[in-house]
Structures are given as structure tokens and as C-alpha cells.
Design a protein around this ligand. Structure first.
Ligand code: AMP
Length: 632
């Protein structure tokens, strides 16, 4: 373990020396004056004064040696479309998109909201923003109109890029009504929506703010748009994520630190090399998509595979056939996908030639031991669990095989990654935990390059939310529980806050509660996450009705449950829909009126809720038990 230990120790003891060396991985148009500025904690600025550009590093820089190599391979099992873009093609497409954006008023520092399904134009749009020094904010295509409108109002974009439709599991999702409603709701709606018309949707967006991409692309076909050199700490993107409150946080990331962190992670964690092919099965709307579908593989001169579809259509062998067809070397997905694949015929896995595949990476949610054991055995390749979050942008815990291939311990994502001063601390005192003692996973100052710089437009919220929640210590809280063994391996034990994780998607229970409360029949609601065999967790809602009689008979209850679920779909999107809505007369609360969510979750999972000395009315516990028992 000594190589890993020395490497990690060096990165924490001498961050300037460590990251100065790593910074050589990217092109700096102007060298930086200082590696790290710690004058204003908890804010940290990396590579101060250095000027660079993410798009240049991801695309232009490779033209000299890899113009003819595939940069992007696109496969959609929804539409049957397959496309390959060399680095030269990608360069041309990004220039076209950048020129079109410029013609629509996109400039350095301006925000562009990208609400797109998994199509190559999403990559072009993100890289075009990077080229222009504009700030992209990608909103997951599954979010509903009010969520989209809230993000428009927070980011105040000058342009939205959208498409006529997405597709999933053979169903077309018409974007027109969503975009129309969001534009109508938003206070800060931009003048234009640039439309990528896939010719999929039954209805077309017709509003006067729609601008069709295709004719503009033709018009700017030969465009050459210079990269705008940005100071390393200028923003590259905003990515919204759920937290404890109903209002999503805009995680803001820089340019230089992000590029360096991703490039280094490619060697030390992913063991990816220029010319390799990487398939990250995620969505561009999530941080894994930003970092490991787009930026990291391209920064490293690799070929990235972008996939629209599910892991089981046309059948459960599709991903393994892609590995064979494209000679995929590295694969990255979430444990949920593996749990889904585990139910498929194992012959599908064995029938493909997987000899090109070196490693499978899994992140986004806890990897349970049976799933880890099954997939490692079935593949016969290393499976690397890695733990991180939208805020960090790249892994915090992993076996860093490019540093030292330490043994795996099932159930643990491994040991702290270089650059992260990761420590477990007591929830009550903030003191360090002993080995084997449960605590909150925290990070010391400064966060390494690539991590969030602040909450967009709200420095105070960044400080208060992340740096002031551990008593007595100015450390960053991940809001995850964990336990570390004597050798340094950490196991994740769930969230400390009201965030749940459904199929690798992070959802704020408060957001779901707010959506449910907007239904006229609802007086009170509590949403909790419970164990789910496939999705890791599922959301359950417990609702107190204004008029209990409205769900008096099973038929009425069923209708109301469907209506409440539909309200969540409309407000937030189907990904946030609770698995069940249970009706109760009373919710477990403290005498001061705080919902006892942990107790509700325990009861819903059939566990003992423990001692609850502050509970207002203990009969509320039986209500939850009965509701869950009645439903099963
Ligand atoms: P997100 O910001 O949406 O990527 O969600 C991040 C959260 O997902 C973390 O704070 C953890 O709660 C959870 N998470 C991510 N990766 C892992 C992992 N490898 N093991 C356990 N939990 C994880």
C-alpha cells in the first residue's frame, strides 16, 4: 500500500507541488502565476492567472495527431441511428454550433441552457459553449416544465438549446409542451430556443422564439470560431443538483482546475490512454455524463461512446455487443444498470467478445455486495466502485489502479483519492472518528481542483450549506455517512440529509413533498427513501388528506394516488414519481413539529425506529406501519 499512501500524502501535504506537475497535462495559452490561492477560505482558486480553454484541450489540441481518430461514436437503439465523428468532424461540428450560438448572442460569461436528449448535438453544444467562454447549464431531459423554469430563472440564460423530442424504451417524449410551458412560466425566458429537430415528435414547437438549427448550421458550415482563452477560475458550467431545501443548487465549476483534475483522473483512476475507447452509460444531464462521457475522455484523446437507449433493448446483450463492436476498453455505469442486467440471461454476456474491455467502473449509488460479486465474476475483469458527487466532479473514493492496484473490499468504494483530505467526523462534535466508527464523510480545505467553486450566484449558501454543518470545524460536508476501517477503506452508509438516491439519480425529498403538497387534496406529506432491490432506493409518500373521506374506499384511494403521482410528473418529472403514495391520518412528528423522516423510513422498511423521546403522538407510528402492511 505504500505507493498509494505516499502519493496521497504528498497530494495533501504539498498540494502546490502535486498539482503543478499535473497541470502539465493540459495546454495553457498563458501559464499560471500561482498554483493555489487560499486567501479566502473556504473558497479556493486553482492555477491563478493561467489562461486556457476546455474545448481547445478536448478537441483542437488533438487535431495534429488524431484528426482521423474517432472522437465520438453515437449509438441510439431508440432510433436505430449510429454515427461516428472523428476529431476533425467533431471540430467542424463544434465550430458550426459555436458560430450559430454567436449569431444568437452567446458571448463569454453568458449562460446557455441545454435541455436535450442523448444526441451528438448535445456534445457539440456543450463544447461550443466552452469554446466561446459561455457557461452551459445542462438540464436532464426527464425534468418537467416547472423544474426547467426554475433553472431558467436561476441561470438567466441568453439561449436555450432543445430538441423536438427524446426517446426512451421505445416511447417518444415530446419536448414541445414542456419547453412551451417552461418559457411561459419563467420570468427570465431567453429570446430564442435553438431547436434540434430530430423529426421524432408528433407536434412541432411553433412559438416565435423557435430557431431551427439545421438551416443555421448550413449557413455556418465552414465557420472557424477561435477559442476564447479564459482565466482558469472563470466558470465553465452550472449543474443543478438537489439538496435539503426545495430549491436546487447550481453547482459552479471552473475551467483550468476541472481540466487538470479530469485529465489526471484518467490516468490514476481510470487507466485510460489516448486512443482508447470509453463507454460511459449515463446521461449528459448528470455529472457523470459531463465528466466521463464528454470532457475526460476527450481531454485524454480517447474515443467516447454516447448511447441513447436502455440496457435491455432490443435485449439485455446490447451493451456487451457494443463492447465487441467498438472495441470498448473502459466502461462506466451505475449499479442499478448492473442489477437490471443481472436479471437477464447470462448467455447474453458470454456470447459477446469482451476481450477489449479492461475495467468496469460503477458510481452514483451504493454498490451492494451481491451485485459487485456477480458482475466481477461474470466479466472476469476488475470492477471499480467509485464514490463522488455532483459537487466534486470526479471521484473522492476509489481504488486508484493507476497509482497502485490495491485489493478490493466488497461493499467499499475504496480509499481516499489523492487531492482529497477525506476524513470521517462525529456528527455531534466534529471530532475525527476512530476506525470502525460511523461518521459524516468530510473533506478538508482546500478542495482539490475540479470541485465546485461555489453555488451559482450564492456564495453565502455555498459556505453555509457545505462548510458550516460540521460542528466546530470548517470542513466540507458530503452529507454522506460512512465508516472507515483500519486500512483506510470507507463504506458508504447513506445520506445524512433528506436526499435519496433512486437508480443513481439524486432526489430531494423536500422537492417531492412540495410537488405533492400542491395537490388540492393534500394537507400534509412526508417523503422518504426505502430500499429497493433494483433501483437501490424508492421514494414512498405518506399523505394526510384534507378530507380523509376522499380516500375512504380502495377505488377512490387508487384514483387519488394516481392523481398525486401525476402531479409529481408534471411538477418535477417522472423520475421523481414516488413508488407508492400511502394515506395516513397522522404523520410522526416531534413536539416542535419536525417530521421524523428517519423513523418513517425505518418503519417502512420494517425496522425498529428506535427511541423517539420527542415524538408528539406515538400512534402516528402505527399509522405508518399499517399503511405499509396494508399495501403489501
Ligand atoms: P450525485 O451528486 O447525483 O452524483 O449523487 C451523489 C451521491 O450519490 C453521493 O453523495 C452518495 O450519496 C451517492 N453515491 C455516489 N457514488 C456512490 C458510491 N460509489 N457508493 C455509494 N454511494 C454513492
Amino acid at each position: 500500500m505504500s505507493r498509494y499512501r505516499d502519493f496521497h500524502r504528498e497530494s495533501i501535504a504539498h498540494p502546490e507541488d502535486f498539482w503543478r506537475r499535473e497541470a502539465a497535462r493540459i495546454h495553457w495559452e498563458t501559464p499560471f502565476d500561482a498554483v493555489l490561492d487560499r486567501s479566502n477560505p473556504p473558497f479556493a482558486r486553482w492555477f491563478c492567472g493561467g489562461r486556457t480553454n476546455l474545448c481547445f484541450n478536448a478537441v483542437d489540441r488533438h487535431l495534429a495527431s488524431r484528426a482521423a481518430q474517432n472522437a465520438l461514436v453515437y449509438v441510439s437503439t431508440e432510433t436505430g441511428i449510429e454515427r461516428r465523428y472523428t476529431y476533425a468532424d467533431l471540430h467542424a461540428e463544434v465550430n458550426r454550433m459555436a458560430a450559430v450560438m454567436q449569431s444568437l448572442g452567446v458571448t463569454r460569461g453568458a449562460r446557455v441552457l441545454i435541455y436535450l436528449p442523448m444526441i451528438p448535438e448535445a456534445v457539440f453544444a456543450m463544447l461550443a459553449c466552452a469554446r466561446l467562454g459561455a457557461i452551459h447549464s445542462v438540464v436532464f431531459g426527464g425534468f418537467a416544465a416547472p423544474s426547467l423554469a426554475a433553472r431558467i430563472d436561476d441561470a438567466k440564460p441568453v439561449l436555450i438549446v432543445s430538441a423536438d423530442a427524446g426517446a426512451r424504451g421505445g416511447k417518444v417524449i415530446d419536448y414541445a409542451p414542456l419547453v412551451d410551458e417552461a418559457m411561459a412560466r419563467a420570468q427570465h425566458a431567453p429570446p430564442h430556443v435553438l431547436l434540434i429537430d430530430r423529426q421524432l415528435a408528433p407536434t412541432r414547437l411553433k412559438a416565435n422564439y423557435i430557431v431551427d438549427y439545421e438551416p443555421l448550421r448550413e449557413q455556418h458550415y465552414e465557420a472557424q470560431v477561435p477559442c476564447v482563452w479564459l482565466e482558469s477560475n472563470e466558470p465553465s458550467y452550472i449543474l443543478y443538483t438537489s439538496g435539503t431545501t426545495g430549491k436546487p443548487k447550481g453547482v459552479l465549476r471552473d475551467v483550468g482546475g476541472y481540466a487538470v483534475a479530469l485529465a489526471a483522473s484518467m490516468e490514476y483512476i481510470f487507466e485510460g490512454r489516448a486512443g482508447d475507447t470509453m463507454f460511459t452509460a449515463s446521461d449528459i444531464g448528470w455529472v457523470v455524463g459531463h465528466s466521463y462521457i464528454i470532457y475526460a475522455p476527450l481531454l485524454a484523446g480517447m474515443t467516447t461512446v454516447m448511447y441513447e437507449g436502455t440496457p435491455i433493448r432490443p435485449d439485455g446483450g446490447i451493451w456487451w455487443r457494443l463492447v465487441e463492436q467498438f472495441g470498448i476498453n473502459l466502461m462506466f455505469t451505475a449499479p442499478t444498470a448492473i442489477r437490471v442486467l443481472k436479471k437477464q440471461d447470462p448467455a447474453l454476456l458470454r456470447s459477446a467478445d469482451l476481450s477489449s474491455l479492461r475495467t468496469l467502473f460503477l458510481a452514483g449509488e451504493p454498490l451492494d455486495e451481491p451485485t459487485a460479486a456477480w458482475i466481477s465474476q461474470a466479466l472476469g475483469k476488475p470492477v471499480v466502485d467509485n464514490y463522488w458527487q455532483t459537487e466534486t466532479g470526479w471521484p473522492m473514493l476509489a481504488i486508484q489502479r493507476g497509482v497502485e492496484a490495491l485489493p478490493q473490499k466488497l461493499g467499499s468504494p475504496g480509499v481516499p483519492v489523492y487531492g482529497y483530505d477525506l476524513k470521517l467526523r462525529s456528527e455531534h462534535t466534529g471530532e475525527l472518528c476512530a476506525a470502525g466508527e460511523k461518521g459524516v464523510i468530510t473533506l478538508g480545505y482546500p478542495l482539490p481542483p475540479g470541485c465546485m467553486q461555489t453555488v451559482w450566484g450564492d456564495d453565502a449558501r455555498f459556505v453555509k450549506t457545505y462548510w458550516e454543518s460540521v460542528p466546530g470545524h470548517e470542513v466540507y460536508s458530503t452529507f454522506d455517512w460512512g465508516v472507515q476501517d483500519a486500512e483506510g477503506y470507507v463504506t458508504i452508509l447513506g445520506r445524512t440529509d433528506d436526499v435519496i438516491n433512486v437508480a443513481g439519480h439524486r432526489l430531494g425529498t423536500r422537492e417531492i413533498e412540495e410537488a405533492i403538497s400542491s395537490h388540492a387534496a393534500v394537507a400534509e406529506v412526508a417523503v422518504v427513501g426505502v430500499n429497493d432491490a433494483v433501483k437501490g432506493q424508492a421514494a414512498l409518500a405518506f399523505v394526510v388528506l384534507r378530507d380523509a373521506a376522499s380516500a375512504a374506499d380502495p377505488q377512490a384511494a387508487q384514483t387519488l394516488e394516481a392523481a398525486i403521482a401525476a402531479t409529481v410528473d408534471r411538477q418535477l418529472g417522472a423520475i421523481a414519481r414516488p413508488a407508492r403514495v400511502h394515506f395516513v391520518a397522522l404523520l410522526p412528528k416531534t413536539r416542535s413539529g419536525k417530521l421524523l423522516r428517519r423513523a418513517i423510513a425505518a418503519l417502512a422498511e420494517g425496522r425498529d425506529p428506535g427511541d423517539l423521546p420527542t415524538i408528539e403522538d406515538p400512534s402516528a407510528l402505527q399509522q405508518v406501519r399499517d399503511a405499509v402492511a396494508g399495501a403489501s
